[in-house]
Write a protein that binds this ligand. Structure first.
Ligand code: R5P
Length: 288
C-alpha cells in the first residue's frame, strides 16, 4: 500500500500505478486554529510505503510526515518505507557557526523515532546525511534520467557544474552522454548572494547545460549563465533535480538569458518535466 503525503500526491499516484499497488486515501486537513489533522482511511497492511517530499512549507510537510508515521505504527504497521524525494533541511548538515542547530541530524532522528523503517531519497544534498540514520538509507541518483532528457534536447552538449560541489553531477551526466564537462568557481556570500569568478571555458558556439542538484533563489544559475553567455555559448540550458525555486527565481533565470530550464518532480514546479516515479518504483521493488 502506498500513502501519498500532501506534498507528493501526484508522484505517489504515479509510483502506485507503476508498482500496481493501491494508493491509500488519507484525510489531511487543518483544525480552525491551524493544527494538522490526519486520518488514514480503511485497513492498513503490515507493510506500507509513505511518499512525502519535505520542501516548502518544510515544517508543515515534516509534521504531516511525523503524524503519518507514528499513526501507522500505532495502527499495527510493522514496516514503513519512507520515500522523501526531496530531503528538506539537508543543507544544514553541519554546524557552520557555533551554536547552530544541525537540522539534518535532528530531522533524521525524528524520522526514526516516528517509525520510519527505511528511507529512500533522491540526490541528498550531502553524502554524510545517510550517516545520521541508524536505519537503511537508499540514495537514488536522478542524473541518468536527466542525461536521457538532455539527449533528447541537445546534440553534443557541454555539461557545466556551477560550482565544484556540482562537478560530480556534471561528470555523471557527461560520462553517460560521452560529452565534455567542466565547472565554475563559486563563493557563497550569503543565502541570497553568490560570487562567481570568470573562468576561461571553451564554450564558444556550444550548447551548454548547467547541472545542479538544487535551484533555490536562482542566484547560482543567474551568475553561471551570465558567465557562459559572455563566453559566447550558443544556448544555455539548465537542469536540476530539486526545483525549490524561491519566489521569482525562474523569472530571474530566464531574464539572465537561459534558454530552457528542466527539473524532476521531486518537488512540484512549472519545470518539473522529468518524473522520478519509475526510478522510485524500481528501487522500492528492488528492496521489497
Ligand atoms: C549548493 O551547494 C547547491 O548545490 C546549489 O548550488 C544551491 O543550493 C543553489 O542555491 P541558489 O539557487 O539559491 O543559488
Amino acid at each position: 500500500m502506498i500513502i501519498g503525503g500532501s506534498a507528493s500526491q501526484k508522484l505517489s499516484a504515479k509510483v502506485a500505478w507503476d508498482l500496481g499497488e493501491n494508493l491509500s486515501p488519507i484525510e489531511t486537513r487543518r483544525f480552525p486554529d491551524g493544527e494538522r489533522y490526519i486520518r488514514i482511511k480503511g485497513e492498513v497492511p503490515k507493510e506500507v510505503v509513505v511518499i512525502q517530499s519535505t520542501g516548502y512549507p518544510q515544517d508543515e510537510n515534516l509534521m504531516e510526515l511525523f503524524l503519518l508515521l507514528k499513526n501507522l505504527k500505532s495502527l499495527g504497521v510493522e514496516r514503513t518505507r519512507v520515500v522523501i524525494p526531496y530531503f528538506g533541511y539537508g543543507r544544514q548538515e553541519r554546524r557552520f557557526k557555533s551554536g547552530e542547530a544541525v537540522s539534518a541530524v535532528i530531522v533524521a532522528e525524528l524520522l526514526e523515532a516516528a517509525g520510519a523503517s527505511e528511507i529512500y531519497s533522491i540526490n541528498l544534498h550531502e553524502k554524510n546525511i545517510k550517516e545520521f540514520f541508524n536505519i537503511p538509507v537508499h540514495e537514488i541518483s536522478a542524473m541518468p534520467m536527466i542525461a536521457n532528457y538532455i539527449n533528447t534536447q541537445v546534440d553534443d552538449p557541454m555539461i557545466i557544474g556551477p560550482d565544484k560541489g556540482a562537478l560530480g553531477f556534471a561528470e555523471e551526466i557527461s560520462g553517460i552522454l560521452k560529452c565534455d564537462c567542466d565547472y565554475l568557481e563559486k563563493t557563497r556570500i550569503s543565502p541570497e548572494k553568490v560570487e562567481m569568478k570568470p573562468k576561461n571555458l571553451d564554450v564558444k558556439g556550444r550548447d551548454v547545460v548547467i547541472i545542479d542538484d538544487i535551484i533555490s533563489t536562482g542566484g547560482t544559475i543567474v551568475s553561471a549563465s551570465r558567465i557562459l553567455n559572455d563566453l559566447g555559448a550558443n544556448k544555455v540550458l539548465v537542469g536540476c533535480v530539486h526545483p525549490i525555486l524561491v519566489e521569482d527565481a525562474l523569472l530571474k533565470i530566464f531574464a539572465a538569458g537561459v534558454d530552457d530550464v528542466f527539473a524532476t518532480d521531486t518537488l512540484k514546479s512549472d519545470v518539473s518535466t522529468i518524473s522520478v516515479a519509475p526510478l522510485v518504483a524500481g528501487y522500492l521493488k528492488k528492496f521489497e
